[in-house]
Design a protein around this ligand. Structure first.
Ligand code: ASP
Length: 331
């Protein structure tokens, strides 16, 4: 018997019970969690360890029969609003000029997608991206236009540069003489997420403040459909973190979905995409990239160029951090 069992109760018709910890000592004390049968496969994955908290909120949505797109928005909002997280939303590290500029995109099971880039002073860009998707005929709004749209949709103007992010930016200016630091080695946390709901529909999204101290105006992969995220509900979904420039050049997330369409597992597809980046870049120094993917059946995979990438997994049984497979060790 596995650690937890799904027991279909005929008397409950379409209901299944997940028995918590059949083999653990405390199982007798735990009440079984009751989910409808179709919910057995509901799950969420997201990049880095901030994903653990975000997954919990996303999973609550799915557990309550919510749809994957709601799970993505609510889950990513958690990281965006976390003042301690220096790579996403409020508290995100600014660009070289000291401006916090945010990128985000979201995509559902029917190819609907929305995106914002170079968005300032709005705490939850993923929610603005969703509004772009649902309330406009466009896919992407950028800069002042994205900000004006957000204000029109009743999002609040916020100061996103926290005292601690400001201090870090000032120190960087003094110590590094404005030299761009490596992305995603020590200053990562961009969150990208994939959710599978009880109807078997996938959604995905991504939100970030991007490369810390980037040049003013720089936009990464995270708001770009096909680079930061991609999804075909008949096949699966993929999303990315790491050096956005390298991810954009191979349309990373789209490539992974196409590889899955042609028979690769999520794991193999992520590895092939990473190796495409490895083979197409002469200088691999500091070029960290990481992908996560989930196919239509809920199978998952990930791969990164360098060691150190991990992602958070949550289903009805467990919430855990998984170390990604990788090609290279840091020196
Ligand atoms: N992909 C993001 C960007 O290039 C950064 C990251 O994932 O850390 O903006």
């Amino acid at each position: 018997m596995k650690r937890r069992d799904f027991v279909k109760l005929s008397s409950l018709g379409t209901t299944a019970i997940i028995l918590d910890g059949c083999k653990t000592k405390d199982s007798a004390e735990k009440k079984p969690i009751v989910y409808p049968v179709g919910m057995k496969n509901i799950k969420v994955i997201s990049t880095w360890n901030a994903g653990l908290q975000a997954n919990k909120v996303a999973f609550e949505v799915l557990k309550n029969k919510g749809v994957a797109i709601d799970a993505i928005e609510k889950g990513l909002n958690v990281t965006e609003s976390d003042l301690e997280n220096t790579s996403v939303g409020i508290g995100g590290l600014p660009d070289a000029n000291g401006d916090v500029t945010l990128d985000a995109c979201i995509m559902d099971h029917e190819f609907n997608c929305g995106s914002v880039s170079y968005l300032k002073n709005i705490e939850n860009p993923i929610s603005v991206a969703r509004k772009v998707m649902e309330d406009t005929p466009h896919v992407m709004l950028s800069g002042k236009g994205a900000y004006d749209f957000a204000i029109q949709k009743d999002f609040e103007h916020q100061e996103l540069l926290t005292e601690s992010s400001k201090k870090m930016w000032k120190e960087w200016k003094l110590e590094n003489n404005n030299v761009l630091p490596a992305i995603n080695h020590e200053n990562h946390d961009t969150i990208a997420m994939i959710a599978l709901d009880e109807k078997g529909n996938l959604s995905t999204g991504c939100t970030t403040s991007g490369w810390a101290y980037k040049l003013g105006g720089r936009v990464g992969d995270s708001p770009i459909i096909g680079a930061g995220v991609y999804l075909d509900n008949q096949v699966g979904a993929a999303c990315a973190t790491g050096m956005g420039e390298a991810i954009i050049k191979i349309c990373g997330s789209h490539a992974i979905v196409e590889l899955m369409r042609n028979g690769s597992s999520p794991q193999e597809a992520c590895k092939i995409a990473v190796q495409r980046i490895k083979n197409s870049n002469k200088d691999l120094k500091d070029l960290q990239v990481g992908f996560i993917a989930m196919n239509k059946n809920g199978e998952i995979g990930s791969y990164s160029l360098y060691s150190g990438f991990n992602y958070a997994y949550q289903d009805a049984q467990e919430s855990k951090l998984i170390d990604s497979k990788f090609d290279l060790e840091w020196d």
